[in-house]
Design a protein around this ligand. Sequence first.
Ligand code: FES
Length: 341
Amino acid sequence: MNHNVEILPSQKQFECEADDTILSAALRANVILPYGCKDGACGSCKAELLEGQVDYGTYQSRALSEEERVRGKVLTCCAKPLGPVKLKVRELSGLGDIPVKKMPCRLQSIEKPAADVAVLKLQLPANEVLQFNAGQYIEFMLRDGSRRSYSLANAPYQEGGIELHVRHMPGGVFTDHVFSTMKEREILRFEGPLGTFFLRDDSNKPVVLLASGTGFAPIKSLLEQAFFKNNTREFVLYWGARTKADLYMQELPELWALEHGNFRFFPVLSDATPQCNWQGRAGFVHRAVMEDFPDLSQYQVYACGAPIVVDSARQDFTAVCGLPEEEFFADSFTSLADAPG
Ligand code: FES
């Protein structure tokens, strides 16, 4: 049996089959709601249930706390309506015109700028282009039917293939292959673009970007696109890593800071060793942001990387620094990362 779902404030309505989640029914109806992992792990799809009842489904408590659930929040990627429902969630425009495609690609090159980071450049079939918004991700479809997600690290205006930054997860089926037997010209299949982590163009607020580890990849895409479009908003990037070697492309944001007057860059190390010979910021990367921006009430924040970093930032920025909850955008590297097999 189908149930009616109404989204406010856009007042869009669509039908959701009894066994379907609100998010998948919305996407099928071309109503684009915010989402990331589609798996109850990241919290990006959080909405407010105004009327009706849902089966909340299975999710991780860090994505939706008990207290939030009591306040009427739901995760649309897990929730299934039990009757007609009304939800408050900001619908996204523009994405509906970008087709999500499945296509093959060929590994053009693989470089390892750090011991556990590989930069893959992938070539698309001659007659194909991949339209996407800077910040989105793709999912590799592996032979065993499983999937692995990686953010696109290049900007959409750059033609001629796609770039991904892959961190080695020892024991992970996919990344063990990337770091041992993967060869140039290998053929892979993927689906994309996916996700709603991209710069909101309907705002002029200054932007704080927070990356941990290979969370730099979608931030790179987003910034390269912003510079290409001569975006005049203020951008400040905090890139957190354990040691200096983990800042595998540090020279690139350093160069941007020289080239663009509206961009600043702060690398932050949490476990600097004597070999790092580090004179820069130290500690947790989100704490460095809080030191510099005790009041974030007039900012937008885009955070990407390890769930612990993204969750801490969301929690502390909203609770301590006055960042409005709806101005925090995140791409948390959660369940579809390469877990040990
Ligand atoms: S928790 Fe729903 S998209 Fe991640």
